[in-house]
Design a binder for this molecule. Structure first.
Ligand SMILES: O=C(O)CCC(=O)C(=O)O
Ligand SMILES: [Fe+2]
Length: 280
């Protein structure tokens, strides 16, 4: 008997996408949190004046740094990616004044969404709070400009592998078995390119292993993603996008030399049935 060893094509998971203008309800956010909606795009989700001021505060921010963890970009704030809890929370504490400086004396739209979601979840007997540890507390968001120069400014990846491997000192590690929501605000966008592409594929541990990305979820190769359908969110300054971070996603390269693409990003997910944690 002859047995053929066929390498398995990546499984297709359907995308449930919603795109709308001007407002976002807590029910819609909770639908992403529960894994019912894969991607939610709100055009003009926050004011363009606020967006412009945040972008200016980023450019002149004394806490602006180059990433040195293999993901090309400049940032203000802290990322838990490839860090133990002690390093991440220490970085978050040190960066807090710089994250605050992104908003100056504006009413922070990320905090606004957090507060609205917290009030709604509280009514349902669920607590929402920032992740913390004996080393400190997470910030409300981080600000990032991706600077990859290939097809993608940010290579295709998933946001869950890094949570799965985060280790038990992290209170949010438990969220990896549920939906990890990535919340993105876009204060500034180029005229062309810089789109957020999401593929119809939610990798398993086996998939990650086959791609050599079990601990990082980054990057998936073009060949691996080739046959998988995808959706592209065409973003503009002032837009908000929420996605199920378990699906592979990436950011297309910016074209031209116009406005830089700036993102405010954070993650949240159920750590327990009555607790949702928020981190960066
Ligand atoms: O820049 C974006 O639109 C997506 C960012 C992202 O995927 C991430 O920070 O993990
Ligand atoms: Fe991501």
């Amino acid at each position: 008997m002859v047995t053929a060893r066929v390498s398995q094509a990546p499984a297709i998971s359907p995308l449930v996408i919603r795109e709308q203008t001007g407002s976002i309800s807590t029910a819609e956010i909770i639908s992403v949190l529960k894994g019912e909606t894969t991607g939610l795009h709100i055009r003009r989700g926050f004011s363009i004046e606020v967006a412009e001021e945040i972008a200016a505060n980023f450019t002149r921010n004394p806490g602006l740094k180059e990433r040195k963890d293999g993901v090309p970009g400049q940032y203000v704030g802290a990322s838990h990616y490839k860090k133990d809890a002690a390093s991440y929370f220490a970085e978050a504490e040190n960066a807090r004044p710089f994250v605050d400086a992104l908003f100056g004396n504006l009413v922070d739209p990320v905090r606004g969404l957090f507060d609205a979601l917290r009030r709604e979840l509280h009514k349902q007997g669920i607590e929402l709070r920032l992740a913390n540890s004996k080393y400190g507390q997470a910030n409300i968001c981080r600000a990032i400009c991706w600077s990859g120069t290939g097809t993608y400014a940010l290579e295709p990846h998933d946001d869950v592998a890094q949570v799965l491997c985060a280790g038990e000192e992290y209170d949010f590690a438990a969220a990896a078995k549920n939906t990890v929501v990535a919340l993105n605000f876009y204060p500034s966008m180029p005229e062309e390119g810089g789109d957020l592409r999401i593929w119809s594929h939610k990798p398993t541990a086996t998939d990650r292993k086959s791609q050599g990305v079990e601990t990082t979820g980054y990057p998936y190769s073009a060949a691996y993603l080739d046959a998988i359908p995808s959706h592209e969110f065409k973003l503009q300054a002032g837009d908000i996008a929420l996605i199920d971070g378990g699906f592979v996603h990436g950011v297309t390269r910016q074209l031209g030399n116009g406005e830089r693409r700036l993102l405010l990003n954070c993650f949240f997910g159920f750590a327990r049935p009555n607790l949702v944690l928020w981190w960066t």
